[in-house]
Design a protein around this ligand. Structure first.
Ligand code: UD1
Length: 338
């Protein structure tokens, strides 16, 4: 079966391509290389023994999307990762985010709705919950007004898919990720942030390798046990595996609704200081960091209730925080010492 993975050379996309190929799917990856490297294809090949088919397509180009689908009529399912994801950049340049994250989605769905049946997995985010009232967060927690255009594109994306699924043959699963980190245990693929990383773990590994002088810990006055903010950090390989399971559920028509929603996290919250301590342990070195003020837009805590994914998808995160940080560190060392 041929599966289209948009953003297939990106961080989560590339790990998902690996897991799909491991399960025997034929993968065609689309990417515009705006935040990824063509070399990722070689990394995937070194892990799986096979290079996926690849096309350099920008999904904002409607006629390119149309041409792609008329050329590849045998696509059985789509996993849609291609999107911009930097919160700060989305505040600076909202139209870039609305164009990139929303137009692309609309063009894809326009092609898929022509099919007698279509299976669509969407990258959503725990950002839709904002600061949830109750921890851990279940899928029924209310959606909050988005704090950034990026977050808004995830909410709007979910709404678009839900509206479209009602009146078309599209079946969809929306996966709400908590904080994806880590790299493939082979260190052949991992995260490749452009410029200064905004996310915690790439900033930690770049500081440890000497690319950044020190990590700023944003806020130590949060109402948490050690004052720093709490997140649910999930290994990207666990996340990738969940995508394959969700896709198989759609392909086998096991879904009970046209649109199903699952949280993907570990179920455990870790504070920023806990992440730093765990990193120091696995890397066997001290990290240079200082506490600074809070970062605007950050929530105090967010960790997942994963009961629904555990029960219905039969999926549970397997890797520990230490394993995830260790794989991120192996990857950082590998790419810098090339
Ligand atoms: C953010 C977005 C999330 C998005 C994800 C994409 C929000 C609130 N969160 O997650 O929607 O899907 O990025 O990757 O919009 N931290 C530091 N120092 C740093 C960097 C981060 O202390 O240099 C702290 C943050 O304050 C936060 C934690 O580390 O408490 C995690 O931050 P980050 O990795 O940026 O992820 P989120 O903000 O949770």
């Amino acid at each position: 079966m041929k599966i289209l993975v948009t953003g297939g050379l990106g961080f989560i996309g590339s790990h998902t391509v690996v897991e799909l190929q491991n399960e025997g799917f034929e993968v065609i990856a689309i990417d515009n290389l705006s935040n990824s490297s063509i070399d990722v294809l070689d990394g995937i090949e070194r892990i799986t023994g096979k290079k996926p088919l690849f096309e350099n397509i920008d999904l904002r180009d409607k006629s390119a999307v149309q041409n792609f689908f008329s050329k590849h009529q045998d696509i059985s399912g789509v996993i849609h990762f291609a999107a911009s994801k930097a919160v700060g950049e989305s505040v600076e340049n909202p139209l870039l985010y609305y164009e990139n994250n929303i137009n692309s989605l609309v063009y894809l769905l326009q092609e898929l709705q022509r099919k007698p049946e279509a299976h669509f997995i969407f990258s959503s985010s725990c950002t839709v919950y904002g600061q949830a009232e109750k921890m851990p967060i279940t899928e029924n927690a209310p959606i909050q007004v988005a704090m950034s255009p990026y977050g808004n594109t995830k909410q709007i994306g979910e709404e678009i898919i839900t509206d479209v699924a009602k009146v078309t043959s599209i079946n969809s699963i929306l996966l709400r990720y908590f904080n994806p980190i880590g790299a493939h245990p082979s260190a052949e693929i991992g995260e490749l942030p452009l410029g200064v990383p905004q996310n915690l773990v790439p900033f930690i590994t770049q500081t440890a390798i000497g690319l950044r002088e020190k990590l700023s810990v944003f806020g130590s006055d949060y109402p948490t046990f050690d004052g720093t903010a709490i997140r649910d950090y999930i290994h990207v390989v666990d996340l990738a595996k969940a995508h394959v399971i969700a896709l198989q559920r759609l392909l086998k028509k096991q879904n009970s609704e046209k649109v199903e929603i699952f949280n993907l996290g570990t179920g455990t919250g870790s504070s920023v200081l806990e992440v730093i301590n765990a990193f120091e342990k696995v890397s066997n070195q001290k990290l240079n960091y200082q506490i600074v003020g809070r970062r605007e837009g950050d929530v105090i805590e967010a960790y997942a209730n994963t009961d629904k994914a555990n029960a219905i998808l039969g999926w549970k995160a397997q890797y520990s925080l230490e394993e995830a940080l260790s794989s991120a560190w192996q990857w950082e060392q590998k790419i810098r010492n090339k």
